[in-house]
Ligand binder design. Structure first.
Ligand SMILES: [Zn+2]
Length: 294
């Protein structure tokens, strides 16, 4: 059973601030990992990016997965799930993955069980964002990690991730995603949409055609989980993009548009992969360059 929500364009400028008490938005780690530095910085020469992200002997750099836990009106909303567990040993050692399920452990550290999560939103369905959506059961089958949650993805992203098309092979693990379809927990959105008052999805495309960023009105101001549109503070230059970006020009254009809007309004950026700054306000330096606010 899949619920599909029709497209609806939200006007961010005119969004009405919510009065309902949004208690908090905090970082919950979905696990650190290592990945090829060139893949994270695309066309940028290594001598430039390694000043902030030094590479190891295998050219890998450390990346965090700064998932977000939003608590509002008695509901627990998780944005992205990190890489989860149950990967083959070769994949584990290639990426230096933590053992166990990091996102479940992080939630446990703040007194929450997977069953306490009401909504899971993924920016997109690559392994480091959606790996924790499901877990391997004792019967050897994949099942939702968050058994009481609705899972919110863009329909385009879901269709692509579960298509098993040759051109996406290696980008998605459809075997661990598909079980979400059988449990009636999927909510597929087509375009911009509202999950709860003050929590909206913004279809960006770019990194993947079905990528979405998430805007949240918290009691400390508005936060933007940009996903892999701007993964670290080192990506605040418009042309510093990932080699993974399927629609590179779209990423650049969305980055200019979204960062410009965020800098203008004084909102916070929540960086999903930064190892030092999970959250910061930013300022505009030039037409193509942003920086952490001083
Ligand atoms: Zn990522």
């Amino acid at each position: 059973m899949i619920e599909i929500r029709s497209a609806r364009t939200l006007d961010v400028e005119r969004a009405i601030p919510v009065k309902s008490p949004i208690v908090s938005a905090r970082t919950v780690s979905g696990g650190d990992y290592r990945i090829d530095g060139g893949s994270i910085f695309g066309i940028v020469p290594k001598p430039l990016w390694e000043k902030t992200y030094p590479a190891d002997r295998q050219n890998r750099i450390l990346q965090s997965t700064n998932c977000r836990l939003i608590q509002l009106s008695g509901q627990n909303i998780l944005i992205d799930t990190g890489y989860g567990s149950g990967w083959p040993e070769r994949f584990n050692s290639h990426h230096d993955l933590f053992s166990g399920c990091p996102i479940s452990a992080s939630l446990g550290n703040i007194g929450l069980k997977p069953t306490d999560i009401h909504h899971v939103i993924c920016s997109h369905l690559h392994f480091d964002h959606a790996g924790g959506t499901t877990s391997l059961g004792e019967n050897g089958q994949w099942a939702p990690t968050f058994s009481n949650a609705q899972y919110h993805f863009q329909k385009t992203e879901w269709d692509q991730a579960t298509s098993d098309a040759v051109e996406f092979r290696g980008a998605y693990d459809s075997e661990r995603l598909k079980p979400l379809q059988a449990t009636g927990q999927l909510v597929l959105h087509e375009g911009d949409d509202e999950v709860l008052p003050g929590l909206t999805l913004h279809h960006t495309g770019g990194h993947t055609p079905g990528h979405q960023s998430i805007r949240v009105e918290t009691s400390e101001g508005v936060g933007w989980y940009l996903g892999d549109i701007c993964a670290t503070t080192t990506h605040l230059s418009v042309n510093w993009c990932m080699a993974f970006d399927l629609e590179l020009l779209v990423t650049r254009r969305q980055k200019i548009r979204l960062l410009g809007e965020i800098a203008r309004s004084g909102d916070m950026v929540w960086f999903d992969h930064d190892t030092k700054f999970a959250s910061s306000r930013i300022e505009r330096i030039s037409d193509h360059q942003f920086a952490l606010a001083r």
